[in-house]
Design a protein around this ligand. Sequence first.
Ligand SMILES: [Zn+2]
Ligand SMILES: [Zn+2]
Length: 231
Amino acid sequence: MQREELARLLEGGLSLEAIGRRVGRHPSTVSYWLGKHGLTANGAPKYGRESAIDIADLRQLLDRGLAVTEIAQRLESTPSRIRRAMKKAGLASRQERNRRLVRAALARGDRVAALVCLHHGPCDHVLEGRGSYRCMRCRSERVAEHRRRLKRMLVAQAGGCCVVCGYDGHPAAFDFHHLDPSQKSFELSLRGVTRSARALRAEARKCVLLCARCHAEVEAGVTSLNVSVLA
Ligand SMILES: [Zn+2]
Ligand SMILES: [Zn+2]
């Protein structure tokens, strides 16, 4: 349909529905023409907004694991319109997709399944317990956060500063130095095996807190620990 004719009908105050009836086409088609010619519909832009959802964009956001509410925000639409567009285009939500993938993975007996995480998008999930898969990235982030918390707690318990130079900065910059190496049960690096907080606290009590630089100097024998610290 020509731009001039459309513009004339719009100026006459006709709605998308009215124009559609007049030219024997669906209002969404009229809306498409309007968009093409850069014209704006009269009255409620119902059809205009619904047809404005770009299916390619929608598919891409769904593939990334975004929730319907978030997709609605990004595409400046509403969750119900997004759901309708998904249904029309045969697109599944993250949960629906995951349910299908989990059923298939369990049936095959896979230990690792490629599912879509709410936080990380598509990534490997590992089978945990009875038939539930957990995002491996979420899991390692949780372990890392747990370790950081433990380290903060141990550093605070050990006085929060280097016994040699007094540095009291970031917990990551501290080491636990065993005063009596024969008493050492394990290294307190917190990198390897996860131990109970109680075992870690007990081990930390056999140590002094050193900043990484002083620790390296003590180990190299160029700095000696003050005797009063050892008492
Ligand atoms: Zn995750
Ligand atoms: Zn120091």
